[in-house]
Write a protein that binds this ligand. Sequence first.
Ligand code: APR
Length: 269
Amino acid sequence: MESGLDNLKHAAACLRAAKNVVVFTGAGISAESGIPTFRDSDGLWQRFSPERFATWDGLLKTAVADPRLFADFLIAVLDPIAVAAPNAAHLAVAELERHLPVTVITQNVDGLHQAAGSTTVHEVHGSIFEIVTLGGRFVRLLSRAEVREIVQRLREAREATLVLPKALRAIHSMLGPGGVSIHRPKIVLFGEAMAEPAWTLAQEAAEQCDCMLTVGTSATVMPAAMLPGIARSVGARVIDVSIEPGDADFPLTGPAATVLPDLVRKAFR
Ligand code: APR
């Protein structure tokens, strides 16, 4: 069994020798920015059942049946994202681009890779900031400040006598009637198609890489979880960074905001 230091040394050598790196990230990379993951003990799906909150149908039923719980869920999702900043892990991923071609594929909808300076980011589960029509046509981008405003108004709505109308008004800029259509955030809920062109580009990037760095993902939700297997099928080596030992050529166990900067420093400085 290799020691953590040996693994870090070999992973750094693998990264240094790579010609085309894909960084595949999940909720764990944003945990140290204060955004809860989904499946850890304090994860979102431990507090709100995915059956009721991870589908549009479930959300709609909850909004009508229990508007205060509906507002609580939206606050639990939006508030951490609204006040989040990139952490040292996001910044280390952005720094990688100074040394070699990097494609970031993220399952996160928090925009933190772009905020850290990564320039090629495929958001395969969409983005909370991108507003589209029901048909998927782009409407506009929300700012993080606008999301903070939505959270503030949701907090007021949950204390109101008539919670639902006030909550719907609070989120109107993100979800609701707009012009000739209904607009919504471009996020992928369970059972929905992956975000395009991000998903097509992500598969192509996985097929062309010679090193995949997976960070902070349980790699359990399909089809995104197929990506490490695609990379392996074309001979790429896989480095995994997680607080739990991952299935990889080089599993690096520890918090991403510590391990990733160490890895990039060891590889390129
Ligand atoms: N540093 C590194 N890894 C971490 C950290 C951390 N600080 N904190 C948690 N992790 C790891 C956990 O051990 C876990 O393996 O991050 C992973 C988070 O897994 P999930 O909560 O399942 O998140 P994710 O893999 O992104 O889920 C995929 O599932 O519900 C859907 O659409 C949702 O995009 C999400 C998808």
